[in-house]
Design a protein around this ligand. Structure first.
Ligand code: PMV
Length: 355
């Protein structure tokens, strides 16, 4: 009997996967992208990567090189050799999950929904989308049902591509790392946090782009600087405690507790950068200006709005959906003037299969 692989010549799939914003930050890692502390994020909706993947059967005379990964990678219709090398390395290290790559050459077209220079970390959505799409092909060729373990395995693979990508495979809030209160939590993959109070459901996130220049210090370098960091052990302990605290805040609806924890996490992440050896600073003057404006607005209106930061100068403004009009008017009238762009995003549902 012919195997399914022999009967199919060309296979095509397309998936989209959103980015996510960490509330408790992952900063510091061991080998194989194992995090030094647990982290908890909100999956976004509009900021996402779409990948179209095509498998083309290698010709028989190419079979002699069938150990070799054959990849054509296009980002926004242009060849991107830097990211291609990163994907090849990822595929080589994880070939056991994608055995068909011995027989098939791979063509990947990747598109981001957000502007190229928006300063949004795209590796989380990119590795989320690539992992889920390639695993979908593994399941389809092996005639395997997609169950809950499918997303867990996709999250595991995404983590090996880019740590924070592990959290993009789920809707809403996702935890990556061990937590004694969450069964099945793991440092190998993320899990969804389900017990969420209505105040945190359909949470809004406006991304204020302050600067769109490439970062002077990459996240990989920043993680590495945590290895010799004088405050590292206390920081890892603090983040693990905060993950537990945040799980309880999300359950009880303690919005003021959320605001305090969320802003302190952002400032602590940047404090780690400022106290690394070598030290560095990614915030810009308008980052600080916007933080002060958010604090004044909150004090004057008592509206529960807060900020967080990624490893960069741009600000994520987080607010419950019930305050959408007031906060968005404030952003448009005050923050937009001192920023390059604003992307109004919100909680999202995780990856979607397009074809
Ligand atoms: O996934 P990486 O290696 O790009 O690290 C991301 C780290 C932060 O975005 C700063 C925090 C986080 O948990 O996403």
């Amino acid at each position: 009997m012919e195997t399914i692989k022999e009967t199919i010549n060309n296979v095509k799939v397309a998936w989209s996967c959103p980015s996510n914003i960490a509330i408790v930050k992952y900063w510091g890692k061991k080998a194989q992208q194992i995090p030094c502390n647990s982290s908890l994020s909100l999956t976004l909706s509009k900021a996402k990567t779409t990948v179209e993947i095509e498998l083309i059967k290698k010709k028989s005379d190419e079979k002699k090189s069938n150990e070799e990964i054959q990849l054509s990678y296009f980002f926004e219709d242009k060849i991107n050799d830097k990211f291609k090398q990163r994907i090849i390395q990822f595929l080589q290290e994880n070939i056991s999950y994608f055995p068909y790559l011995k027989e098939y050459a791979l063509v990947i077209h990747s598109f981001n929904s957000f502007p190229h220079s928006a300063g949004i970390a795209s590796s989380a959505s990119a590795f989320g989308a690539i992992s889920v799409a390639l695993l979908d092909i593994t399941y389809t060729l092996g005639e395997k049902e997609k169950d809950a373990l499918f997303y867990q395995l996709a999250s595991h693979l995404a983590r090996l591509g880019s740590g924070s990508a592990s959290r993009s495979l789920y809707a809403g809030f996702a935890l990556w790392g061990n937590n004694e209160n969450i069964p099945n939590s793991s440092e190998n993959y993320a899990v969804e946090i389900n017990d969420i109070h209505p105040v945190f459901q359909e949470m809004k996130d406006a991304i204020i782009i302050v600067d769109d220049e490439p970062k002077k210090v990459s996240s990989s370098k920043g993680h590495a600087l945590m290895n010799e960091h004088p405050y590292a052990q206390n920081r890892f302990k603090q983040a693990n405690n905060r993950t537990s605290e945040l799980i309880s805040i999300l359950k009880t609806g303690d919005i003021n507790g959320f605001i305090r924890l969320c802003e302190s996490e952002a400032l602590t992440l940047h404090a780690m950068m400022m106290t690394s050896n070598d030290y560095y600073l990614l915030m810009k003057s308008n980052t600080i200006e916007i933080i002060h404006q958010i604090w004044s607005f909150r004090e004057e209106t008592q509206i529960p709005v807060c900020f967080t930061l990624d490893a960069g100068p741009n600000i994520h403004v987080l607010y419950p959906k019930d305050y959408q009009n007031q906060v968005e008017n404030f952003i448009i009238n005050h923050l937009q003037k001192i920023s390059l762009n604003v992307l109004f995003d919100e909680e999202g549902n995780g990856p979607i299969k397009l074809k």
